[in-house]
Design a protein around this ligand. Structure first.
Ligand code: TTP
Ligand code: MG
Length: 407
């Protein structure tokens, strides 16, 4: 069987690193995140400088203070960390749809299938690391191996700030000298038993037959047997991708005015693409549906080679489909709808059309403003026509020229 290629990436001292980035005067200092020294509760994390004093995640704040009284204690801000987390995942999803967002600062990528796409594989791994660091302004560590277990162990070896690949044929050599506590299947109790048997390194475990491990630890023992040999067949756990996303409006009164119908369509496209961008989904199929005043319903769809999620690209397609249906109709419409389907998690870099990065950033900025101030805070000129119908709060809204959104 072909050796899988799993990449694991993990931000170094995540919460603490964000705090340093936001307040550069903390650079090089022992930063402890989670609360103030006198408060109850435990530390979330500590900078590598603070770790030298023995401070680590999940330690009571008072204890951390005893170990490192000169530490700089900060409460932390989850919302900000979460924004950084999203930025990391956005970069990773550009390399493959096979991404498992394992925790806020950690992900697995399965590059087995797309490896042939990249002429120099190791350069690509470095590029992923560099791009993530550039995007975040924080160091990340990267591990590469034939499965999730090995990739994560490789990351631990690479920390802080490095990249380590376990190459084919080197699995045993790599595992042999690691401490048994680095295996996820070994908790504190198991460790005590194994150390009593004078087993300290993963290589020491190889001497125990599977049956012995099973009789000592049950099913967990079987797991240990496999893990100690670097075997792990777990697939990547990926968030489910919806089949389709759609938005439609049934009008209070049938409409015949083409301009007004296109304004509705623009609004629906805008509403449709917002969750796509939020969930980092790209659509291969755009479909428009109309229902005439006599209830006859028709739809037209377009299959796209390069999937998309941007309002400014979806609307012109939807408009063309719509006009193909509606042009020449003598009947007015009672409903118009738009649907995105055949959704994928990423638009592979190699298939990128020449497309303005500035434009993508404009879209992101619009989404952010709307998230904060409400959808109606930014409207295209077209959507403005609908102001009274959709009850937008237009008074405090800015108006975006359609041209800037649809170019
Ligand atoms: P980790 O990746 O485990 O730790 P880290 O990023 O701080 O340090 P490193 O990876 O370099 O060893 O966890 C990521 C973040 O999750 C961490 O910054 C804070 C948070 N966290 C907690 O809040 N409580 C915990 O017990 C742990 C382990 C992490
Ligand atoms: Mg981390």
């Amino acid at each position: 069987m072909r050796r899988r290629c799993i990449v694991h990436i993990d931000i170094d001292a995540f919460f603490a690193a964000v705090e340093v980035l936001l307040n550069p005067s903390l650079e090089g200092k022992p930063v402890i995140v989670g609360g103030l020294p006198h408060e109850r509760g435990v530390t979330s994390t500590a900078s590598y400088e603070a770790r030298k004093y023995g401070v680590h995640s999940g330690m009571p704040l008072r204890k951390a203070y005893q170990l490192c009284p000169q530490g700089i204690f900060v409460r932390g801000n989850y919302q900000i960390y979460s924004a950084f987390s999203k930025r990391l995942f956005r970069v990773l999803h550009q390399y493959t749809p096979d991404v498992e967002e394992a925790s806020l600062d950690e992900a697995y990528l399965d590059l087995t299938r797309c490896r042939p796409l990249y002429p120099s594989f190791s350069r690509t791994i470095w590029e992923i690391k560099n791009r993530a660091e550039k995007e975040l302004g924080i160091a990340v560590s990267v591990g590469v191996g034939p499965n999730k277990l090995m990739a994560k162990l490789a990351t631990n070896k690479a920390k802080p700030g490095g990249l380590f690949e376990v190459k084919e044929g080197q699995d045993g050599e790599f595992l042999k000298s690691l401490d048994i506590s680095s295996l996820p299947g070994i908790g504190p109790k198991t460790q005590v038993v194994l150390r009593m048997l004078n087993i300290h390194k993963i290589g020491d475990l190889w001497g125990l037959p599977r049956a012995t491990l099973h009789s000592l630890f049950g099913l967990n023992g079987d797991n240990l047997y496999l893990q100690s040999r670097g075997m792990d067949s777990r697939p990547l756990a990926r968030a489910a991708i919806p089949k389709s996303v759609s938005r439609e409006t049934t009008f209070l009164e049938d409409i015949w005015d083409k301009r007004l119908l296109l304004a509705h369509l623009a609004y629906l496209c805008d509403r449709l693409t917002l969750p796509l961008r939020k969930d980092r989904l790209y659509a291969h199929i755009i479909e428009v549906k109309v229902r005439y005043s006599d209830f006859k319903t028709e739809a037209k769809r377009r299959l796209l080679i390069s999937p998309l999620q941007e309002m400014g690209r979806v609307f012109p397609i939807a408009k063309e489909l719509f006009l193909g249906l509606f042009a020449g109709s003598r009947l007015s419409l009672r409903l118009v709808g738009v649907k995105a389907s055949d959704l994928v998690r990423a638009r592979p870099l190699s298939l990128f059309e020449p497309y303005s990065e500035r434009y993508v950033r404009l879209g992101q900025a619009v989404d952010q403003v709307r998230e904060k101030y409400g959808f109606g805070s930014l409207l295209t000129v077209r959507e403005q026509m609908l102001g009274s119908l959709y009850n937008f709060e237009r008074d405090r809204g800015f108006v975006l020229k359609t041209a800037s959104l649809t170019k």
